[in-house]
Structures are given as C-alpha cells and as structure tokens.
Design a protein around this ligand. Structure first.
Ligand SMILES: NC(=O)c1ccc[n+]([C@@H]2O[C@H](COP(=O)([O-])OP(=O)(O)OC[C@H]3O[C@@H](n4cnc5c(N)ncnc54)[C@H](O)[C@@H]3O)[C@@H](O)[C@H]2O)c1
Length: 333
C-alpha cells in the first residue's frame, strides 16, 4: 500500500493529471500557478484576499509578471481558478505554499502565515499528497510547521504523504530570467519526498532541478543566496562612497574588476540593498544562529547584534543621479 501511494502520486505528476493547489497568489504564487496550469495540471489557488481571488476568476492579473493574455485562457479553459476555501485542499494531490514570511518589529521571523495555512489545511491533508513550502524561511521551519501536524493525523511522511521545501528565486519584473528558466533546488524530508518534488518541478520548468538531501539544506541555500547579495551590494555601496570621496569613478572600477574571470562577481550601487526580500532574508539566518547559541548558553560569543548588516547610506537623490549618469554614459557609447 505505501509503495502504491508513492507510485500513484508519481504517476499522476509525470502524466500531469495531478490536481494541484497554490496557497497565496502573490508575486510568487500566481506565476507558479500559471506555470502549473500551462504544464497541464488543473490548479486551484487558495487566496484569502477575496478581491484577488475574484480578479483571477475573471482572468485579470494584478501581478506584473503575469499578463492577462496568459492568465485569461487558463481560467477560461478551467485549468486555473481561485478560491478562499481551504476545503479545496482535500481534492488536490500537490499543494504549494507561497504565503508571506515577514519579520516582526524585532526582526524575528514571523511564521504565522505558514502556521495559519498549516492549521487550516491540516484537516484536509490526506494520504497521497505532496506538500511543498516555497516561502522563504529559516532552516528547520518546513519540518516544524508541517510534519507534526501530519503525524498528529497518523500520516507518515515519506510513506503516506510527502513534504519538501523549494525556495522561489523569482526576480519580479526581470524579463531576462523568467521563472520557467531559473534553476530550482528541492529538499524533501525523505528521499521519496525529494523524488516527488523533483519530478513535479521538472514538469513545470525548463530549467534544471537539483535534488537536495533535506529541506534544511534548501532553506539554508536560499538564505545563503540572499545573504550573499546583501553583503556584496552593501560592500559596493560602501565602495561607491569611498570612491566618491577619492574622486574615483566607481562604475569604471567595477567594469575593471569584472574583467577578472574567476573569484569576482559584479554588484552595482543602488538604493539600500534592494528588493523586499534581500534586506529581510539574512535576519532569518541571524535569528536562527542566535537561537542556536542561546540554546547552548553562548549568545555572547556572537555578540548582541547577530550578523551585522551594512546598509547603504546613500540618499535616493544621490543614487538616482548616479544611475542616470551611468546609463546616459552607456547610451552614448
Ligand atoms: N516577491 C519576491 O520577489 C520573492 C522572491 C522569492 C521568495 N519570496 C518569498 O515568497 C513568499 C511569498 O512572497 P510574495 O512576494 O509572493 O508575497 P505576496 O504578498 O506578493 O503574496 C502573498 C499572497 O498570499 C496571500 N495570503 C496571505 N495569507 C494567506 C492565507 N492564509 N491563505 C491564502 N492566501 C494568503 C496574500 O493575500 C497574497 O496574495 C515569501 O516568503 C517571500 O519571502 C518572494
């Protein structure tokens, strides 16, 4: 019977007959729902903003990366619809969770959206489902939020139900890297979970999908990616200020440095550290590190501030001027 559960779900995924659900139809969830529907899956989005759900059901997108011309036909053909009712979860085979994961006012991860979704879904979870968290979070969060609620129902992960984490890497508005072409990583709680999540993303993406050994590795990979960006954008913002004082053109410095074919990657000065994820995500890591040290009674070892992040002190006006000058110069070349 357990083998049947796994094989049955795998076969539905490979044949694209699985019914899927995306919970939270925002910047991450709506493009994902569209990709799934375009791949042939029948998708029910769960969206608690009634206005957004109604908009989708009338074929109107509110996300820049999803044009009406793509959404409309999927809705019309019955491949994609939105609902506010968690009971829909009972009828689907694959559930992707894409709700917000903000920080609270003390910069502590607020997992309440994920917990809420897990609480609302729990009664509808059943054998033969794959549940994937895509929301950015700290290492261990997928297992903490989902596995105990499944076990409380007597469902064994890796045998009856399958759980994985796969971080979204979408860069809203970036036409050079559509979601379908951005490589993915997936980490399941067991090898069976990873295999199913890997099979699922292979159906909807053109890009490679890399299987990982656990959700924690995937969660940490996402935090590493965005912490890497924070550190390097912060560095170049600091460098820009130093260059300005020294009468050196920072853009020329970057162009020069990037001729080195290894060990260097260009980052460019900008307002703050950019985006709404990049400045936030490193705090998931620093919070987790501090929690770990507190467990061991050695918080002092890291200092009270955790990972100290260097933000830009550039004013918006200054950055706008610098960017304008840079692009005018490029345009005139
Ligand atoms: N936007 C990005 O560029 C980006 C990139 C990578 C990862 N992420 C991560 O993906 C996650 C989602 O981010 P986003 O930008 O899509 O957020 P968003 O605010 O654009 O979308 C979230 C959606 O979830 C809905 N929602 C909230 N609670 C819900 C509930 N209980 N039930 C159903 N729907 C609910 C909201 O109404 C909204 O439509 C976050 O963890 C974020 O850090 C975002």
């Amino acid at each position: 019977m357990p083998a049947d559960t796994f094989e049955g779900l795998k076969s539905k995924i490979l044949q694209r007959t699985a019914r899927t659900s995306v919970v939270g139809l925002g910047y991450v969830g709506l493009p994902l729902a569209v990709l799934e529907a375009q791949a042939g899956f029948t998708v029910t989005g769960i969206e608690n903003n009634a206005g957004r759900a109604a908009s989708i059901n009338s074929g109107k997108s509110y996300i820049e990366d999803v044009p009406d011309a793509e959404l409309g036909p999927l809705v019309k053909n019955g491949k994609l619809r939105a609902s506010g009712d968690f009971a829909e979860i009972a009828d689907v085979d694959v559930v992707s969770i894409c709700v917000p994961t903000p920080l609270d006012r003390n910069k502590v991860p607020d997992n309440s959206f994920v917990r809420y979704v897990a609480d609302q879904s729990q009664q509808y979870w059943r054998p033969g489902q794959l549940i994937v968290l895509e929301s950015t979070t700290y290492p261990g969060a997928t297992e903490e939020a989902i596995v105990p609620r499944l076990e409380a129902k007597g469902l064994k992960v890796g045998r009856d139900v399958f759980v994985a984490f796969s971080p979204e890497r979408i860069d809203p508005g970036n036409v050079n890297f559509p979601v379908r072409d951005v490589p993915r990583v997936v980490g399941g709680v067991t090898p069976q979970c990873t295999e199913l999540a890997h099979a699922f993303y292979k159906q909807i993406l053109r890009a490679d999908v890399m299987p990982l050994s656990s959700p924690r590795v995937a969660e940490m990979a996402k935090l590493f990616e965005n912490t890497f960006r924070v550190v390097n954008v912060s560095l170049v913002n600091e460098l820009a200020q130093v260059c300005e004082r020294m009468g050196i053109d920072v853009w020329e410095v970057i162009e020069a440095a990037k001729t080195k074919p290894y060990g260097f990657m260009p980052f460019y000065p900008g307002p703050g550290v950019g985006g709404h994820c990049i400045p936030v995500d490193p705090f998931f890591l620093s919070w987790k590190v501090l929690a770990l040290l507190e467990d061991k009674g050695s918080r002092q070892a890291l200092g009270e501030e955790g990972l100290k992040l260097v933000g830009s002190r550039y004013s918006w006006e200054h950055v706008a001027e610098a960017l304008e000058a840079h692009y005018v110069r490029l345009a005139s070349v």
